[in-house]
Design a protein around this ligand. Structure first.
Ligand code: F6R
Length: 277
Protein backbone atom coordinates (compact mmCIF):
# COMPACT_ATOMS: atom_id res chain seq x y z
CA UNK A 1 0.00 0.00 0.00
CA UNK A 2 1.29 3.32 -0.82
CA UNK A 3 -0.95 5.94 0.67
CA UNK A 4 0.31 9.41 1.47
CA UNK A 5 -1.89 11.31 3.85
CA UNK A 6 -2.00 15.09 4.12
CA UNK A 7 -4.10 16.86 6.74
CA UNK A 8 -5.16 20.42 5.96
CA UNK A 9 -6.90 23.13 7.99
CA UNK A 10 -9.72 24.22 5.70
CA UNK A 11 -11.28 24.09 2.27
CA UNK A 12 -8.91 26.66 0.82
CA UNK A 13 -5.89 24.62 1.87
CA UNK A 14 -7.52 21.45 0.56
CA UNK A 15 -8.03 23.11 -2.83
CA UNK A 16 -4.43 24.31 -2.95
CA UNK A 17 -2.93 21.00 -1.80
CA UNK A 18 -5.06 18.98 -4.20
CA UNK A 19 -4.26 21.35 -7.06
CA UNK A 20 -0.53 20.63 -6.60
CA UNK A 21 -1.26 17.02 -7.58
CA UNK A 22 -3.19 18.10 -10.69
CA UNK A 23 -0.45 20.54 -11.67
CA UNK A 24 2.22 17.84 -11.38
CA UNK A 25 0.26 15.67 -13.81
CA UNK A 26 -0.33 18.53 -16.27
CA UNK A 27 3.31 19.62 -16.14
CA UNK A 28 4.35 16.13 -17.23
CA UNK A 29 1.56 15.67 -19.79
CA UNK A 30 -0.46 18.44 -21.41
CA UNK A 31 -2.92 15.92 -22.86
CA UNK A 32 -3.48 14.19 -19.51
CA UNK A 33 -6.62 12.19 -18.81
CA UNK A 34 -8.25 13.45 -15.63
CA UNK A 35 -10.97 11.55 -13.79
CA UNK A 36 -13.35 13.94 -12.04
CA UNK A 37 -15.74 13.49 -9.13
CA UNK A 38 -18.80 15.56 -8.29
CA UNK A 39 -20.07 16.43 -4.80
CA UNK A 40 -19.25 19.10 -2.24
CA UNK A 41 -15.75 17.92 -1.37
CA UNK A 42 -13.88 18.72 -4.61
CA UNK A 43 -15.48 22.19 -5.02
CA UNK A 44 -12.47 24.05 -3.46
CA UNK A 45 -10.19 22.20 -5.90
CA UNK A 46 -12.37 23.18 -8.87
CA UNK A 47 -12.42 26.79 -7.62
CA UNK A 48 -8.64 26.73 -7.42
CA UNK A 49 -8.38 25.27 -10.94
CA UNK A 50 -10.70 27.96 -12.33
CA UNK A 51 -8.82 30.69 -10.48
CA UNK A 52 -5.42 29.43 -11.61
CA UNK A 53 -6.65 29.16 -15.20
CA UNK A 54 -7.76 32.79 -15.09
CA UNK A 55 -4.60 34.08 -13.43
CA UNK A 56 -1.90 31.84 -14.87
CA UNK A 57 -3.51 30.56 -18.05
CA UNK A 58 -2.93 26.88 -17.25
CA UNK A 59 -4.49 25.20 -20.26
CA UNK A 60 -6.80 22.20 -20.39
CA UNK A 61 -7.28 22.35 -24.16
CA UNK A 62 -5.76 18.94 -24.71
CA UNK A 63 -7.03 17.37 -21.49
CA UNK A 64 -9.53 14.55 -21.66
CA UNK A 65 -12.04 14.34 -18.80
CA UNK A 66 -14.04 11.42 -17.50
CA UNK A 67 -16.52 11.52 -14.66
CA UNK A 68 -17.23 8.75 -12.22
CA UNK A 69 -20.99 8.57 -12.29
CA UNK A 70 -24.37 10.03 -13.18
CA UNK A 71 -27.94 9.60 -11.98
CA UNK A 72 -30.33 7.52 -14.05
CA UNK A 73 -33.21 9.56 -15.46
CA UNK A 74 -31.88 13.05 -14.73
CA UNK A 75 -31.46 15.28 -17.77
CA UNK A 76 -27.89 16.59 -18.27
CA UNK A 77 -29.31 20.14 -18.26
CA UNK A 78 -31.06 19.63 -14.94
CA UNK A 79 -29.22 21.36 -12.10
CA UNK A 80 -29.20 18.11 -10.11
CA UNK A 81 -27.32 16.19 -12.80
CA UNK A 82 -23.61 15.55 -12.45
CA UNK A 83 -23.09 16.64 -16.08
CA UNK A 84 -24.50 20.07 -15.20
CA UNK A 85 -22.51 20.16 -11.95
CA UNK A 86 -19.26 19.72 -13.87
CA UNK A 87 -20.19 22.39 -16.43
CA UNK A 88 -21.27 24.91 -13.79
CA UNK A 89 -18.44 24.29 -11.33
CA UNK A 90 -15.51 23.71 -13.63
CA UNK A 91 -15.76 23.05 -17.34
CA UNK A 92 -17.32 26.43 -18.20
CA UNK A 93 -14.53 28.16 -16.26
CA UNK A 94 -11.53 26.55 -17.95
CA UNK A 95 -10.62 26.06 -21.60
CA UNK A 96 -11.41 22.34 -21.78
CA UNK A 97 -13.02 21.23 -25.06
CA UNK A 98 -16.54 19.97 -24.25
CA UNK A 99 -15.97 17.28 -26.90
CA UNK A 100 -13.20 15.90 -24.67
CA UNK A 101 -15.45 15.47 -21.65
CA UNK A 102 -17.32 12.25 -21.02
CA UNK A 103 -19.78 11.15 -18.36
CA UNK A 104 -22.17 8.18 -18.31
CA UNK A 105 -25.47 9.09 -19.95
CA UNK A 106 -28.20 8.35 -17.42
CA UNK A 107 -30.86 9.18 -20.02
CA UNK A 108 -29.75 6.49 -22.50
CA UNK A 109 -32.55 4.26 -23.81
CA UNK A 110 -30.33 1.23 -23.35
CA UNK A 111 -28.51 1.70 -20.04
CA UNK A 112 -26.56 -1.57 -20.30
CA UNK A 113 -25.22 -0.56 -23.72
CA UNK A 114 -24.29 2.83 -22.26
CA UNK A 115 -22.38 1.11 -19.43
CA UNK A 116 -20.49 -0.95 -22.01
CA UNK A 117 -19.70 2.14 -24.07
CA UNK A 118 -18.39 3.93 -21.00
CA UNK A 119 -16.32 0.97 -19.77
CA UNK A 120 -14.68 0.75 -23.21
CA UNK A 121 -13.94 4.50 -23.28
CA UNK A 122 -12.36 4.37 -19.81
CA UNK A 123 -10.30 1.34 -20.82
CA UNK A 124 -9.05 3.13 -23.90
CA UNK A 125 -8.05 6.24 -21.94
CA UNK A 126 -6.89 5.27 -18.45
CA UNK A 127 -6.79 8.28 -16.15
CA UNK A 128 -3.45 9.86 -15.31
CA UNK A 129 -5.10 11.02 -12.11
CA UNK A 130 -8.49 10.16 -10.63
CA UNK A 131 -10.12 12.53 -8.16
CA UNK A 132 -12.33 10.76 -5.62
CA UNK A 133 -14.57 11.62 -2.71
CA UNK A 134 -15.86 9.11 -0.17
CA UNK A 135 -19.42 8.42 0.95
CA UNK A 136 -20.40 8.29 4.60
CA UNK A 137 -20.77 4.55 4.07
CA UNK A 138 -17.34 4.24 2.43
CA UNK A 139 -18.57 4.26 -1.18
CA UNK A 140 -16.30 5.43 -3.99
CA UNK A 141 -18.13 6.70 -7.06
CA UNK A 142 -21.51 4.97 -6.56
CA UNK A 143 -19.98 1.65 -5.62
CA UNK A 144 -21.97 1.04 -2.46
CA UNK A 145 -20.88 -1.45 0.23
CA UNK A 146 -20.51 -5.07 -0.95
CA UNK A 147 -20.17 -4.13 -4.64
CA UNK A 148 -17.94 -6.63 -6.40
CA UNK A 149 -14.71 -4.80 -7.34
CA UNK A 150 -14.53 -6.56 -10.70
CA UNK A 151 -17.91 -5.19 -11.84
CA UNK A 152 -17.18 -2.72 -14.65
CA UNK A 153 -19.33 0.40 -15.22
CA UNK A 154 -22.79 -0.67 -14.09
CA UNK A 155 -26.23 0.39 -12.92
CA UNK A 156 -26.07 0.86 -9.15
CA UNK A 157 -28.92 0.87 -6.67
CA UNK A 158 -28.26 3.75 -4.28
CA UNK A 159 -28.55 3.16 -0.53
CA UNK A 160 -30.90 5.24 1.61
CA UNK A 161 -27.92 6.94 3.30
CA UNK A 162 -26.47 7.99 -0.07
CA UNK A 163 -29.84 9.26 -1.29
CA UNK A 164 -30.27 11.24 1.93
CA UNK A 165 -26.74 12.69 1.71
CA UNK A 166 -27.37 13.82 -1.89
CA UNK A 167 -30.90 15.16 -1.33
CA UNK A 168 -29.69 18.79 -1.25
CA UNK A 169 -29.56 19.06 -5.04
CA UNK A 170 -33.21 18.02 -5.41
CA UNK A 171 -36.39 19.93 -4.61
CA UNK A 172 -37.64 17.04 -2.51
CA UNK A 173 -35.63 14.13 -0.99
CA UNK A 174 -38.06 11.67 -2.58
CA UNK A 175 -36.90 12.93 -6.00
CA UNK A 176 -33.33 11.61 -5.54
CA UNK A 177 -33.07 8.82 -8.11
CA UNK A 178 -32.88 5.22 -6.92
CA UNK A 179 -30.35 4.33 -9.60
CA UNK A 180 -27.14 5.69 -11.03
CA UNK A 181 -24.55 4.61 -13.58
CA UNK A 182 -21.15 4.26 -12.00
CA UNK A 183 -17.64 3.32 -12.96
CA UNK A 184 -16.59 0.13 -11.16
CA UNK A 185 -13.99 -0.23 -8.43
CA UNK A 186 -11.30 -2.01 -10.45
CA UNK A 187 -11.87 0.47 -13.28
CA UNK A 188 -11.18 3.29 -10.84
CA UNK A 189 -7.99 1.50 -9.79
CA UNK A 190 -6.69 1.56 -13.39
CA UNK A 191 -5.90 5.27 -12.90
CA UNK A 192 -2.17 5.90 -12.57
CA UNK A 193 -2.68 8.11 -9.52
CA UNK A 194 -5.56 8.53 -7.13
CA UNK A 195 -6.40 11.72 -5.29
CA UNK A 196 -8.87 11.01 -2.48
CA UNK A 197 -10.44 14.01 -0.76
CA UNK A 198 -12.57 13.97 2.39
CA UNK A 199 -13.80 16.70 4.68
CA UNK A 200 -16.05 16.96 7.72
CA UNK A 201 -16.76 14.81 10.74
CA UNK A 202 -19.45 12.86 8.87
CA UNK A 203 -16.64 11.27 6.86
CA UNK A 204 -14.41 10.38 9.83
CA UNK A 205 -15.65 6.80 10.24
CA UNK A 206 -15.44 6.05 6.50
CA UNK A 207 -11.91 7.48 6.36
CA UNK A 208 -10.90 5.37 9.34
CA UNK A 209 -12.39 2.25 7.73
CA UNK A 210 -10.67 3.01 4.41
CA UNK A 211 -7.25 3.26 6.01
CA UNK A 212 -7.37 1.13 9.13
CA UNK A 213 -10.52 -0.98 9.08
CA UNK A 214 -11.12 -4.56 8.00
CA UNK A 215 -10.06 -5.08 4.41
CA UNK A 216 -13.28 -6.23 2.79
CA UNK A 217 -16.01 -4.92 0.51
CA UNK A 218 -18.13 -3.60 3.41
CA UNK A 219 -16.08 -0.43 2.93
CA UNK A 220 -15.50 -0.11 -0.84
CA UNK A 221 -12.78 2.52 -0.32
CA UNK A 222 -10.47 -0.12 1.23
CA UNK A 223 -9.83 -1.11 -2.40
CA UNK A 224 -7.52 1.91 -2.61
CA UNK A 225 -5.05 -0.06 -0.46
CA UNK A 226 -4.35 -2.14 -3.56
CA UNK A 227 -3.28 0.93 -5.56
CA UNK A 228 0.40 1.91 -5.67
CA UNK A 229 -0.05 5.71 -5.76
CA UNK A 230 -2.76 7.26 -3.59
CA UNK A 231 -2.74 10.73 -2.07
CA UNK A 232 -5.38 11.28 0.61
CA UNK A 233 -6.15 14.87 1.61
CA UNK A 234 -8.26 15.30 4.73
CA UNK A 235 -9.33 18.10 6.98
CA UNK A 236 -8.91 17.60 10.75
CA UNK A 237 -12.55 16.60 11.18
CA UNK A 238 -12.36 13.83 8.58
CA UNK A 239 -9.03 12.66 10.05
CA UNK A 240 -10.34 12.71 13.64
CA UNK A 241 -10.49 8.94 14.15
CA UNK A 242 -7.09 8.16 12.69
CA UNK A 243 -4.89 7.20 15.58
CA UNK A 244 -1.39 7.33 14.29
CA UNK A 245 -0.07 5.62 17.47
CA UNK A 246 -2.17 2.58 16.67
CA UNK A 247 -0.87 2.66 13.14
CA UNK A 248 2.77 2.81 14.22
CA UNK A 249 2.22 -0.06 16.67
CA UNK A 250 0.72 -2.12 13.84
CA UNK A 251 3.73 -1.33 11.60
CA UNK A 252 6.09 -2.34 14.44
CA UNK A 253 4.14 -5.55 15.04
CA UNK A 254 4.40 -6.43 11.35
CA UNK A 255 8.13 -5.63 11.26
CA UNK A 256 8.70 -7.83 14.35
CA UNK A 257 6.71 -10.65 12.73
CA UNK A 258 8.76 -10.37 9.52
CA UNK A 259 12.02 -10.37 11.52
CA UNK A 260 10.87 -13.49 13.42
CA UNK A 261 9.97 -15.22 10.11
CA UNK A 262 13.36 -14.29 8.64
CA UNK A 263 15.17 -15.63 11.74
CA UNK A 264 13.19 -18.84 11.57
CA UNK A 265 14.02 -19.27 7.87
CA UNK A 266 17.71 -18.73 8.66
CA UNK A 267 17.66 -21.39 11.41
CA UNK A 268 15.99 -23.82 8.98
CA UNK A 269 18.70 -23.10 6.37
CA UNK A 270 21.43 -23.74 8.91
CA UNK A 271 19.78 -26.97 10.02
CA UNK A 272 19.57 -28.08 6.39
CA UNK A 273 23.25 -27.24 5.88
CA UNK A 274 24.20 -29.16 9.07
CA UNK A 275 22.19 -32.17 7.89
CA UNK A 276 24.07 -32.12 4.57
CA UNK A 277 27.45 -32.27 6.33
C1 F6R B 1 -19.42 11.80 -6.90
C2 F6R B 1 -19.20 10.49 -6.30
C3 F6R B 1 -19.44 10.24 -4.84
C4 F6R B 1 -18.97 11.37 -3.93
C5 F6R B 1 -19.27 11.04 -2.47
C6 F6R B 1 -18.95 12.21 -1.56
O1 F6R B 1 -19.12 11.78 -8.29
O2 F6R B 1 -18.85 9.61 -7.01
O3 F6R B 1 -18.79 9.04 -4.49
O4 F6R B 1 -17.60 11.58 -4.10
O5 F6R B 1 -20.61 10.70 -2.34
O6 F6R B 1 -19.79 13.29 -1.85
P1 F6R B 1 -19.58 14.70 -1.16
O7 F6R B 1 -18.27 15.23 -1.64
O8 F6R B 1 -20.73 15.54 -1.64
O9 F6R B 1 -19.59 14.47 0.31
Amino acid sequence: MSMRIAIVRNGKELGERAFLEIKKVLAAKRDAVIGFATGNTPIPLYEKMADDHKKNGTSYKRVRAFNLDEYVGVDPNDKASFARFMRDNLFSKIDIDPANTDIPNGMADDLSAECERYAAAVKKHPADIQILGIGENGHIAFNEPYTKPEEPTHIALLTESTRAANAGAFKDPSLVPQYALTMGINEILTAKRILMLATGEKKAQAVYDMIMGRDDTSCPATALRRHPDVTVILDKEAAALLTFGEWEREAERRAAEEAADAAEAEIKDEEAEDAEK
